[in-house]
Design a protein around this ligand. Sequence first.
Ligand code: SF4
Length: 359
Amino acid sequence: MINAMKEAILYKKLSDLPAGPLRRIEASKAGNKIQCGACNHRCVIGDGEKGICGVRKNEKGKLYTLVYGKAIVENIDPIEKKPFFHFMPGTRSLSVATVGCNFRCMYCQNADISQISKERAFEDSDLILGKDLSPEKVIEHALKNDCPSIAYTYTEPTIFIEYALDIMKMTHKKNLKNVWVSNGYMTKETLDLIDPYLDAINVDLKGFTEKFYQEVCSAKLRPVLENLKDIKKRGIWLEVTTLLIPTKNDSLKELKNIAEFIKKELGPETPWHVSRFFPTYKMIDLPPTEVDVIQKAVEIGKKAGLKYVYSGNIPGDSFEDTYCPKCKEKMIDRTGYSIERFDDKGKCSKCGANLNLVL
Ligand code: SF4
């Protein structure tokens, strides 16, 4: 049996933090309080309390993760499901998650696992759902099931950084890759730690206004934008996803701003996935996104100069396919999660242009 409660990394006793913008309260009031540095909430956590994610707890001045080795999900998924369309296309990825999340997105599709640690029944207890799954077992299962990568996904991997990092450190020795599906809210310290082992990341750019991030996700936009730029600079393969929610983040202006940000700051070769929303969790009063809104967003992305813009959650849509950015010939045909490739090892088989695939 794995002891899921393990001392966390990336935290400081408040009294040890130097004065400045990163220390959220005065040292004289610090007592046994600590400050977590895993994500940009930088929660100040009192003795016996948990951070916003609900899975990192202060016990007598020490921060503990409550979810080490406790997998709430272990699935074998097509990498296209994450979605990654340009990273190892056509392969399978062993996907792991623990409970908990640092965001509170009102439309979360995985709220049953991401938000459960914040529910009343769990608030005052350290009971954590999930099965024992050691890092060694994750590697073993990936190899046994022909998965060349491990995906840290479904919930936000930053909140289970200790578990993720221990797995990540083992993968490269076994010729496996690491991919994160993330809200991009980690701190620079977290990025520094994962950088040597992280092969690809899909970051949700959920909207392009502080209002949306605050009202819908209980977070801030700016750190996400800064991290996207940083990730690109570090040379980690990056794809971006935006779920379009009617009236919330789907104005033409906002879509244009996102597309221009990606083009200018992340590069025109960065794939942008624009996905359809369906009512769920706390957002059941809105209709699903109209298909033509998604298609319009794809066109906005292409007009802004992005080479690869994809629709999501519309199975069979032609905007799921990859076309050569130069001669426009179809190079990857996608139906749902199954694909057929016509490229020549990442190059257009007709004109030889680079398709920006990581194979
Ligand atoms: S990882 Fe959790 S405890 Fe740490 S700062 Fe983020 S929300 Fe707070």
